[in-house]
Design a binder for this molecule. Structure first.
Ligand SMILES: [Zn+2]
Length: 507
């Protein structure tokens, strides 16, 4: 054994603590790994289980479950010490609009026929109260029919023999001749009409909200489709006789024989405002504060299916509770690092979007109203479904689809590959990376609203599986080990993007 001299001892006592400190703080890769491993299966499971529980009712935008999810994410961001940078703290308020049909009917002979029951109104007009007009039957709505009738300022009933409902030139013709309202008789059976009425009732629940207020048309626009039974009430003649009359030579003015009737109608159209919110948690950088990394996922889903037997709650465990949980746990890992004095050089915005399933609305709103300027947004790492395997990867090694990095030789792709080689060791599948791939995934999640503004994006995705947008997208089908591996990989990528010397470019 070597004897340690007094001098050597001094040197030893000096260097040992320094070497120890270097191990603790000097070696960056050890550092990042010690934070990555805090993104555990167990924590992710806890978040996914809350977000995808039945009590959140499928998190449909504007509904109670969505608001519960928002509150849950906000309280997490708040608890781990992030700040709320938006207009409403952690919430960026997003108002969505939807047209809302109110009382709409046709009245004749003292009886009322309601929209989506005995008549179906197609249009977006508000008549501003009840309108009363004489009604003229214009047969097949041809020029020769209108030439024998006076329809100016009146309501017109038209027979459409082939069942068409939309974009009818016959209706346009009636309008050209001055008709104020058009009624369409296009079915011969009550059951065919009833299916139209049913579609109209279902349409109310399916109509997509929008960031723009819908247009309410001029008072008399639109048209009513009427049931065959109502045709008889309106004209006082059996439908079969009426059809025969319509086919007679217009020169004999057969339609002028009908008794004049008066009808009343009302169409009511309002605009409903749906208040919803993106949830934002901000972690300020230590050096390059103005440069922001955005890590995102959408927390909304498609809600409760309107029909079907059995379970109708679309839990959206994979889509996208998995991504939301990843964002929450990445935020925790970065917040821990900052507490240890190892916070990222650049700032990070952890953002979960509303309205994705309604057409990327939350991210579109953010892109139009960014809290941090788009030109200072270094990269968007977007996560939408990372908790499962698709049929192409049932037995492969851990993989993830990577979308948005461009050509193999692009600096963004090299950066992402380099992180994978050093830390994640996942199989990166580039099947959907091509912007022109037929499934067009590059345009189908929230990163698109960053990419269209020139921000480099990487989108992480596990593929389309059999439970996509179904009540069976449940927590027990999530592979939490895989979710943790992928989440850690995105964490490494974010860490590198936030701490590297040069800002990332797409080229
Ligand atoms: Zn999704």
């Amino acid at each position: 054994m070597q004897v340690i001299s007094k001098n050597t001892m001094k040197v030893f006592l000096f260097f040992v603590p320094v070497a120890f400190l270097m191990v603790l703080f000097g070696n960056k890769s050890t550092d990042v790994e010690s934070y990555a491993v805090r993104i555990t299966e167990q924590k992710l499971r806890e978040n996914v289980s809350v977000l995808a529980s039945d009590s959140l009712e499928g998190r449909e935008t504007g509904k109670r479950g969505q608001r519960m999810a928002a509150a849950y994410i906000r309280s997490h961001f708040e608890r781990i010490g992030l700040t709320g940078p938006a207009d409403n703290g952690f919430f960026q308020t997003v108002n969505l609009y939807q047209s809302e049909q109110g009382e709409t009917y046709v009245k004749v002979g003292g009886r009322t026929f309601a929209h989506a029951e005995q008549v179906v109104y197609y249009g977006k007009a508000d008549s501003g109260g009840e309108v009363t007009l004489p009604l003229v039957y214009a047969g097949l709505g041809r020029d020769e029919d209108f030439n024998t009738l006076k329809v100016d300022g009146k309501a017109v009933l038209i027979r459409i023999e082939d069942g068409r409902t939309y974009n009818l030139p016959e209706v346009a013709k009636a309008r050209q001749h001055g008709a104020k309202m058009v009624l369409i008789w296009n079915t011969d059976t009550e059951s065919a009409f009833n299916s139209l009425a049913r579609q109209a009732r279902e349409y109310v629940s399916r109509e997509r909200p929008s960031l723009q207020k819908p247009h309410i048309s001029a008072p008399n626009e639109g048209s009513f489709v009427v049931s065959p039974a109502l045709v008889e009430t309106l004209t006082g003649m059996a439908p079969n006789k009426l059809k025969a009359l319509s086919r007679q030579d217009p020169a004999g003015r057969p339609l002028n024989k009908l008794k004049p009737v008066t009808i009343s109608y009302k169409t009511t159209m309002g605009i409903k405002t749906i208040e919803t919110e993106n949830v934002l948690g901000y972690l300020e950088g230590t050096e390059l504060k103005d440069e922001v990394i955005v890590i995102s996922a959408h927390y909304d889903h498609i809600g409760i299916s309107p029909s079907g037997s059995g379970d109708r709650i679309n839990n959206g465990a994979d889509d996208d509770a998995s991504g939301t949980a990843a964002v929450m746990q990445l935020a925790s890992a970065f917040a821990d690092a900052r507490r240890d004095g190892r916070g990222p050089k650049r700032s990070i915005l952890f953002m979960t979007f509303t309205g994705e399933e309604k057409g990327l609305l939350g991210s579109a709103y953010y892109a139009d109203n960014p809290v941090f300027p788009m030109e200072n947004t270094v990269i968007n790492l977007n996560i939408d479904m990372i908790g499962r395997r698709d049929p192409h990867h049932k037995d492969t090694k851990p993989y993830v689809y990577v979308i948005g990095t461009g050509e193999e030789e692009s600096s963004l792709n090299k950066f992402s590959e380099d992180v994978n080689d050093r830390f994640c060791k996942l199989e990166f599948d580039y099947t959907y990376n091509d912007r022109e791939h037929p499934s067009r995934l590059f345009y189908r999640s929230d990163h698109w609203n960053f990419a269209k503004n020139g921000v480099p994006v990487i989108f992480y995705f596990d593929g389309i599986h059999e439970d996509y947008h179904k009540p069976s997208d449940e927590v027990d089908k999530i592979e939490f080990d895989l979710l943790a591996r992928r989440s850690q990989c995105i964490f490494y990528t974010a860490w590198e993007a936030a701490n590297r010397e040069e800002r990332i470019t797409i080229e």
